[in-house]
Ligand binder design. Structure first.
Ligand SMILES: [Zn+2]
Length: 277
């Protein structure tokens, strides 16, 4: 399995176990949907929040690609413990925030005028033909022509996502089959998903699941991921033998694995729909 740092999610996280728990007088003031401000930090520094979670067993601080920092803590964690935790990781947090500022992406326009599918060297032009009434889509020959009332991105998003899944199936299925044949791997079937957290996975029954977002990364990186998942049909772990198997098919796997972990940058926001309008 190769995990994907959420397309627009956390770029990094630090986790720490909460020690012996004490009742905290007051705790945090919960605002909104379980989000709370951490007084000491949030005063000078916007974009901080502390969230109590019933499921959390450890304290986690995440730095999102937007630079936002979120601390998730088990219920009733004493504020002092959270402060200590944050102080301990302050340099790390500052470094990650600086990285986020450097690599900040500008907000996207939706619908996009162009969709770049690096994996299959295709560019789709998106043409809004206007008109009213029901939304109509004609796709083909690198052009997506949208007519009718396209004012609602709510309606348009699922259409683009549907086209993406369809293209991913068409492009990745033969690529996976060819790769399996080239190196003598066997898998039972392939499924395409649109996922925030994984580029791909392989089940014990030999089902290989691939993320449609792979269409946005270069062919060599896709090929590495295919080999990685196929190698799991022989080794269901990330042991030394697994990596030896990957290396024998793809000597450049280290560089490509790194490129894959940065691949989220090429995934447009509309694929998940939480950043674009
Ligand atoms: Zn893996």
């Amino acid at each position: 399995m190769v995990r994907l740092p959420e397309a627009r999610g956390a770029c990094a996280a630090k986790i720490e176990k909460v020690g012996k728990r004490r009742e905290a007088p007051g705790g945090f003031d919960v605002i909104g949907e379980g989000a709370a401000q951490l007084p000491l930090w949030s005063e000078q520094d916007a974009g901080w929040s502390v969230r109590e979670s019933r499921r959390a067993r450890r304290m986690v601080v995440r730095v999102f690609h937007s630079g936002r920092v979120e601390v998730v803590v088990p219920v009733k964690t004493p504020p002092g413990l959270v402060q200590t935790f944050l102080e301990r990781h302050r340099l790390w947090i500052e470094r990650k925030r600086a990285e986020a500022r450097r690599t900040a992406v500008t907000p996207e326009h939706f619908p996009p005028q162009r969709i770049d599918l690096a994996a299959c060297a295709e560019q789709w032009q998106v043409h809004l033909a206007g008109g009213s009434g029901r939304l109509r889509i004609d796709a083909g020959g690198g052009l997506i022509r949208i007519s009718g009332d396209s004012g609602s991105s709510q309606a348009l998003r699922p259409v683009l996502r549907g086209l993406l899944l369809q293209r991913a199936r068409g492009a990745l299925e033969p690529a996976l089959a060819a790769c399996a044949q080239e190196f003598g791997f066997q898998y039972s079937r392939m499924v395409i998903r649109r996922q925030r957290t994984r580029w791909g996975s392989c089940s014990v029954s030999g089902t290989i699941s691939l993320n449609a977002c792979l269409l946005f990364v270069p062919p060599a990186v896709v090929r590495y991921l295919l080999i990685h998942e196929l190698a799991h049909t022989r080794h269901m772990n990330h042991s030394r033998r697994f990596w030896q198997c990957v290396a024998s098919c793809c000597p450049e796997y280290r560089r490509l694995d790194q490129a894959l972990s940065e691949g989220w940058r090429s995934v447009p926001a509309w694929v998940f729909g939480d950043a674009a309008p």
